[in-house]
Each structure stands twice: as C-alpha cells, then as structure tokens.
Ligand binder design. Sequence first.
Ligand code: DMJ
Length: 584
Amino acid sequence: MFSLSLRRLLGTRNKRILLFLLLLVLLAFIYHSHSRNNSETLENETAAPPPNPWLKFADHLPTEEYDALLTVRASRPSPWTSLTTPNWQATEAQQRSLNRIIRNALQHPEATQETWQARQDRVVGATKYAWDAYRRNAFGCDEYHPISRTGTNNTRQGVGYFVADVLDTLLLMGLVKEYNEGRNFLVHHVSYDQPGVVSLFETTIRVLGGLLAAFHWSGESDHGLLDLATDLGLRLAKSMNTSTGIPPETAILRSDGMPYASLSSTAEVATLQLEFRYLSKLTHHTEFRTAVDRIMDVLLQAPKYDGLVPIYVNAQTGQFAGDDIRLGSRGDSYYEYLLKQWMQTGQTEPRYREEYDRAMDGVKKFLVEVTPMQNLTYIGELTGLLSGTPVFKPKMDHLVCFLGGNLALGATKGNTPLDISARDREDLILARELTETCVRMYLDMPLGLSPEIAHFRQSPASPDDPNQGDILVHQADRHNILRPETIESLLLLWRITGEDKWREYGWVIFENFEKWAKMDNGGGFTGLRDVTEVPPKREDKMETFFVAETLKYFYLLFGSADKVPLTEYVFNTEAHPLPMFSWE
Ligand code: DMJ
C-alpha cells in the first residue's frame, strides 16, 4: 500500500532519475557549505591572535591615556600638586637627613641586649605554643582551625602544607624536638604520588620552599627532605609545559594531564623562580631552571606600562591581560622576585635588576601618594588604562607592606647604606616612609592590628568627622589574618639602617598579636574578623604563614643582626631563607 502511493508520488522512471539527481545536488551543496564552515573555523583557529592592547604602552610611549593619567595625577589634592612633574622624588634635605639618621643609629644603638633577648624568648614561646596546639589538634593536616580544634587537607591525603611551611622556623629557633617531629612526619608519611590538584604557587612557596630551606638549614645532608622536594618539583614543573611556557594556576600531582590554562595571576607565575632555581642547583636537574627562566623570558618581553604590569597573564598568548595594576594581591611578588632573582645568583643576571628598577620608577611616577593630614606615604592602585580613562585608587592592601623592605634591600643589597647612590637613597627614603604608614595601619586601629586593606583620604576630613585620621577602613576589609609583610619590612629596615625604632614598633605589634589573636587553653593563634572592634570576633584559622613568616620575622627582628645575613641569603616570598649561589 505504502510503496504504491510512493510510486504514484514519484511518478515515471525519468522523474525518479531527475529527483535522484536533484537529491545529489542538494547533498553536494550541504557538504560544501559544511566544509566551508569548517575551514572558516580552522582559519579562525590559526589566525593571528588579536592585537595586544598593551603594545601601545610599551617603552613608555606617550599616548592619550598616558597624558590623561599625568593630568589626573597632577590635579589630585595632595602635597604633590606643587611638583611640576608627578614623579615622586626625595628632596635634597631628605637625602641629607637620611644619612644623618643612619650614621647616628649605627653609632648609638638604644635598647639593651637583655631586653631584646627576653623579647625574642617570648617569640620562641609563642611559636612553641602555636606548634603544640597544631600537634595536639591537627597533626599532619594541611591547615589548622583553632576554634573548632580540627585540621583540614588541601587534597584527600594532604600535602604536608603546614608542617613543611613551619619546619625551618622551628629549626632556626632551636626547637629541635618539634623540628624532628615535623621532619619525620614529612619524610615517612607524605607522598606526592597522589591524584590531588594543588595551587602551583602556594605549593611552591610554602611546601617546596619550606622543604628546601629545611634541607639547607639542617646541614644539606638530609636526603629524605631533598628527595621529597625533588619529587614534588618534578610533579609541579609539568604544569609549566604549556605552549607559551606560562603555567596555569594549578598542578595535578599524579597524572600527566594538564589543567586548563587561561588567565593566571601575574604574581603566581612570577613567584616560582627562587625555589625551582635553587632546586635545579641542588639536584643538577636543569629542566627546573629552564622552565622558570622561560616564564621570565615571556614576562620580561611582554609590553608594560613604565615597568608596571597588570595582575593577570594570559597563559594562551603569554601577554598581560586586563588593566588593573597593583602591588597588592596578584601583583606583589612579581616585583619582589625581580629583585631577588638578581640577588640569588650574586647579581650576575642584570635583566632582573633592570626590570626591577624600571618598575620602581613606574611606582614612583604613578602610584606613590601622600595623605593630606597625616602625611602618610602609600602606594595606590591604577585601573582603566586600556579604556582611556585611567583612575587612581587610594587603596593599599596590607600585602603591599612588603615593598618597604624590598626597596631597602634593593637600595643597599643588604649592606650598610652610607655610601649609596642618590637614586638608592631615594628608594631607601621611600622604604622608610612607606613602612611608617604600614605601622600606622596597625597602631591607628583600636586593636593595634592592621586591617587587610586600607583606604586613604585624598582631602582633609571635615571638622565634625569623628575620624580625624587619614586611614579609612571599609567594612569588608576589617579582618586581620596574621599576615607578615609589615614585620618583614621592619626586620629589613632595622638590619639595614640600624634604627631601633623598627624593632620597637615590632615589639608593640607582637604584643597586640598576643593580646588579641592568642587563644586560651592551648588553642594556638587565630585570625580576627574586625580590627576596629574591641574585643574582636575571631576567625577559625591559624594561617601557616603566621608561623612560617610572621613569627620567624619577629624572631629575627629581636635577635642578633648576623643571623641569616642579608648578603648571603634571599628570603623566598614565604620567608624561607635560601642561600645565594652561582651557576658555575
Ligand atoms: C604568603 O603566603 C606570602 O607572603 C605571599 O607572598 C603573600 N601572601 C602570604 C602572606 O600574606
């Protein structure tokens, strides 16, 4: 029945042939248009990437945006409006007085040896208290939560995050029993042959950096530690094997698969180098050095804005992405490691120092600002450059407080600063001013502890404003998670200038941590929710960097100036001191 009606529909044999031919033509047409679409896709895939918007800023080319930024800067209500250019510059008077201050400080040290010894002992006590709390409540876990008194892991099995990070602090402080507990746990119970996905940056700076520093400071003979570091390094380094060399933010520990790479934080990809280069030196695995040097090759030749870089890099193109520029989160340690890579190998790789100097020029040109009432020098942020309407934001993360110490280190290479160039003196003046501001971020708060982010006034307060200070703290930024950056700068400034005031500031801040962040009944220390509220509510976390960095920097700040000499060691960004070396 059905075939009969079909035959009727198609008609005679000739008609059927005709219809068949029409069908063929239709199929050919569909096939052709489909393959055309495909080849268009292919062409698109292989077409040149879109032009890089940052190219127009490269090599300080004057552009409309650049002019606009200078105008914005020059019209800001601040002491700098009197300057003819927006460049921050130290005056001659400041330069002269710096030399006087330092000469005086070096000749007349103030506090007695016994006082500092007693203060340093207090730091050792705090560290032991923190370790004991962790050991009792969360031993072996990656993170410790002091209120619930529990631990959590970053991967199902854990990666030894907490223990590896704090190990060299225990050793430097002479807490030998505690060091051995931690070392034995890592060597006998941690394996990286596991399916976990980890942060490439955090695992490198905390775990790899921690293992390497512990290996060095325990006499460079503990091959249990070095083997663990090498195995971890091999697994993490697989992530750097991308077409551009820029890694994604994560690494897969066991598989050969690669996490998807798109935007990576600038600081994260540029803060792997000290650790992998030292691992390369120790193990003679040249591929570690090659992989991290390749990242720097890409970053160094990418267009920048007077040495300043956006906080993202596109791992697919190797170019910076977006137009948020800051020295706080996602930007900070890019600048730190430019200087420290140069120092790590005895100042033999000038390209890092040159880029660091360019970047600091950019900082002085566009980011340094001074507040109207308290004259606080701070480093602001830039956004909107690509859109042609650049905006300066009077906002500084506590993270930026590393910069004072870094500038002082760059100015002096860790030596006494009496015979340095005018430019270096200028960096040192900026370092001191910035660190004073960071100290104010602590001391001007009701708890005497800094908020996570400070905003600054750009014009004087009205007389009826209850806050007559220049630091403003937004509701969302009031927490303190026991970060180290200000203490790090206090240590470097004290070592370099000899001025005791940096140690005295440190002591006040240490007491404030003990007062507000220390838990009762052996709980350890914990982060705080709001530094403007007395007494504060508490977070349920003792960050590993509190022991790895904050307490270590306090210990060194109150100790003898020749422990961990700045001319022989570079601190990685997690305060793990790694020895300088030469490639030969
Ligand atoms: C640490 O892990 C490192 O210092 C890093 O560079 C920035 N963040 C924390 C501490 O604040």
